[in-house]
Design a protein around this ligand. Sequence first.
Ligand code: KG4
Ligand code: ZN
Length: 339
Amino acid sequence: MFVLGIESSCDETAAAVVKDGRTVLSSVVSSQADLHSQYGGVVPELASRKHIEHIVPVVDEAIRQAGLDLKQIDALSVTRGPGLIGSLLVGFSFAKSFSLARKIPWIGVDHLEGHISSVFLEEDPPLFPFVALLVSGGHTSIYSVTSHTTFERMGQTRDDAAGEAYDKVAKMLNLGYPGGQIIDRLARTGNPGSIPFPRPYMDKSQFDFSFSGLKTAVSRYIKTHPQSYLETIPDIAAAFQEAVIDVLSHKLFAAAREKEVHHVAVVGGVAANSRLRERVMAEAKREGMRAHIPSIDFCGDNGAMIAAIGYHYLLQGKCSPFDEDVYSRSWTPSGAKHK
Ligand code: KG4
Ligand code: ZN
């Protein structure tokens, strides 16, 4: 089955064609990062307008790169939420129209379930059951995953997401937006042990996270070292990053031990982080577990992961009605949809 996946929840307009939920025939991502960087963050009104400009060319390009004819697309999967409403509506309305015109089924899917499904786009995907750490700009959560469409959330952040903390710290250091990639690069030349930043929630609240205190600690460090901090930016980046990763890795493996699984996954934009990838791989080896992290192209928002999750709902005979709406915030509990 050829599924066209469409993603427009934030500042990426993305489309992809995926065969049977596994084989990526094309994946086109048009990022608006340059537009929003001048404002230091995503401006929702501008994001929606860019999606409207890009959606048709991006879908056209995805179908062309897949080497398919429009008529060969069997079904559509589109992000329904969580995300920015104006942005979601562009992809969602487009998908409805496409489905109506082509008379093919379509399904609205959860962006977070899409991220988790990105591991199935790789060779040698995880075996069920597994535990997944989802780390993105908007979310930081741990899930127990028992089938392609069964996700139980074990914990989540009480305040900032990990990617949001990266972005805010980068902003404090005047490094630009989005900050994750910049801090990742700078940290390689810094000393992670140079500044003892806190490891929030390390031993409490089980699988929940909190990153706002860590962000405040970095801000306090900058204020108390008004001149000298400029010479130690790589050290600050490395020390901040190590604190984030210590907590992420500790909780991921604690959750995996609790569920007695042998496979773990790390997904979402922050899964592109080189130090996180390295640490999780090494820790999995020590624990006798297998770690699965998608290739960099499928960590950030993309249409392929949306096609991957949609395929499994479509296989179960589920599809969305034309009066379905988008949603801005995560569902609780996860899984209360497509009923
Ligand atoms: O999944 P994503 O593309 O969008 C959301 O659904 O939020 O994640 C974007 C987030 C941003 O906060 C960005 O700074 C972060 O992922 N990010 C990184 C790296 N690349 C992107 N964080 C740390 N290290 C990276 N290499
Ligand atoms: Zn995302």
